[in-house]
Design a protein around this ligand. Structure first.
Ligand SMILES: *Cc1c(COP(=O)(O)O)cnc(C)c1O
Length: 372
């Protein structure tokens, strides 16, 4: 291999980027092992798939695929604005919420700035930070969760954005309203705080998170003009393949985010599917119920096997396998079960397991018993 001469030409920060490592696709593992029926519990996808109402509606939209989508997402913004009691001008739609995270960095962060996030936080924060040439400031975690005091202490004149994942992926840890509000209040006006609520639907109905006052921070925008809340249709609404996410913010912030986004960043099927998914409460309830049951199933076996896990308010759980998790991951793969190694998150002894259906969880549990 010759060295990559183009690395010298790359924008500052880009050559040092670690690419995002997605979960291994089922088809790839089946091809490699020559097996069928592999189970993927690696990307925090909703195992029930999309609402049947979404699946019914999509074929009727195919005839219009020759047309550009509505670049302003009028219909979806109308539903979202009503849901969050905000004005449509406070919304920014994204090609998944990862798109939004990138828009935030591009709109607000320069190479002279710093961006703060926690150890073990979502891998996209360092990517969007380094891609714009800014300095990433990583604060130590406390009990696997965000240490908001440490994050507040890391703020200086160069800080422009703080990313807070609530709950966090891959740890599943969450923050209650009081500590989060106090943190946001402590920030100087030149710092934007992004609260990433990708797992809001799970966490907001998770009893222990509710006990801690897990907040809906979209309701805090009137109080905190420097707040940006991101949500996604990829997780509880099961539209990961269609790529729809959004931000709720102050109108002036949304205006800037909308200036840097591509004019047609959200596709027409995604826009339509998101509107329908939001209205199918019954399907969401089913997904939450499957998640609660599955989480119990996984926790029971971890307890039985004496494996420590991190209590999670999402649709996934990180478990300490008591040794280097790499070989355990490989052994599970050979048994047709794909989970997520998280060594790249600074968690070399953990695996992150997405909660699946009862049958999928049972497949994982059977494999885990053989391996452990
Ligand atoms: C999955 C996830 C997202 C969103 O992913 P998109 O599919 O791009 O919407 C954002 N933040 C966290 C913490 C996630 O786990």
């Amino acid at each position: 291999m010759t060295s990559n001469v183009f690395a010298n030409l790359a924008a500052p920060g880009v050559a040092a980027l670690q690419p995002y490592q997605p979960g291994k696709p089922v088809e790839e593992l089946e091809r490699e092992l020559g097996i069928r029926g592999a189970v993927k519990l690696a990307s925090n996808e909703n195992p029930l798939g999309p609402s049947p109402q979404v699946l019914d509606a999509l074929p009727q939209l195919l005839a219009d695929l020759g047309r550009y989508p509505d670049g302003n997402g009028f219909a979806l913004k109308k539903v979202l604005a009503a849901r969050h009691s905000v004005d449509p001008s406070q919304l920014t739609l994204g090609n998944g919420s990862n798109d939004i995270l990138e828009l935030i960095a591009r709109a607000f962060v320069t190479p002279a700035n710093e961006v703060i996030f926690s150890q073990h936080a979502f891998a996209v924060y360092p990517i969007v930070t380094q891609a714009v040439g800014a300095r990433a400031v990583v604060t130590p975690a406390t009990n696997w969760g965000h240490d908001l005091d440490a994050m507040a202490r890391a703020v200086n004149d160069r800080t422009r954005v703080v990313f807070v994942a609530n709950p966090n992926n891959p740890t599943g840890t969450w923050l209650g309203a009081d500590s989060l509000a106090r943190f946001i209040e402590s920030l100087p006006p030149h710092v934007l705080v992004v609260v990433d609520e990708a797992y809001y639907e799970y966490a907001s109905r998770w009893p222990t998170a509710q006990d801690d006052g897990y907040p809906d921070t979209t309701q805090w925008l009137a109080r905190y003009p420097n707040l940006i809340v991101t949500r996604t249709f990829s997780k509880a609404y099961a539209l990961a393949g269609l790529r729809v996410g959004y931000a709720v913010s102050n109108t002036a912030v949304a205006d800037l985010l909308n200036r840097v986004r591509q004019p047609f960043n959200v596709n027409s099927l995604g826009l339509a599917a998101a509107v329908i998914a939001l209205q199918d409460e019954a399907h969401l309830e089913r997904a939450l119920s499957v998640n609660r049951d599955g989480m119990k199933q996984l926790i029971a076996v971890f307890t039985e096997l004496g494996l420590e896990y991190i209590a999670s308010a999402g649709n996934f759980i990180a478990v300490d396998v008591g040794r280097d998790a790499g070989p355990v991951y490989d052994a599970l793969l050979r048994r047709g079960v794909i989970v997520r190694p998280v060594a790249n998150y600074g968690m070399p002894r953990h695996l992150r397991i997405t909660v699946g259906t009862d049958a999928e969880n049972a497949r994982f549990i059977e494999a885990l018993r053989e391996v452990c």
